[in-house]
Design a protein around this ligand. Sequence first.
Ligand SMILES: [Zn+2]
Length: 140
Amino acid sequence: MTQNQNQTSAATKKISTYLTLIVLIVVVLAIVALILAASLYYSGDYTAAGILAVIGLIALTMSTFTLFQSQRQAVQMKIEIPKVMTTIECKKCGTKTVREYQRGDYVYKELDACPKCLDTKQIITAIYKEVKEKEKTYNV
Ligand SMILES: [Zn+2]
C-alpha cells in the first residue's frame, strides 16, 4: 500500500518534470520568435514579423495551457489516493476512535488502555480505505 503510493507520486513527479522541461523549451523558443519578430518589424519586414509574432504567441499560449493542465492532473492524482483509516474500540465502554493507519496496525491488535476505563485495553476493530475523498473526485 505504502509502496504503491510512493510509486504513484514518483511517476507523477517524473511526468510533470518532463512536461515542465518541454514547456520551458517552448517558452524560450516563443520568446526568441517574439524578439526576432520585433527586430524584423523595426527593419521594415512586417510580413515576417507578423508570422513570427503569431507563432510566438501561439506557442506561449499553448505551453501555458499545457502547464496548467498538467498541474491540475497532478492534483487530481494526489486526491485519488485513498487514506487508510484504523478504527479503535474499547470493548467495555464502546468508545470508538478513528485515526490514520499506522505501520503495524492489524485487526484485533491490542493498544494502550482506554482513557475512560483505564484498566481495559483498546482493540483495533477495523482497517479500511477512506472512500469519501475518492467519491468527491468522481463527482468532479
Ligand atoms: Zn473504555
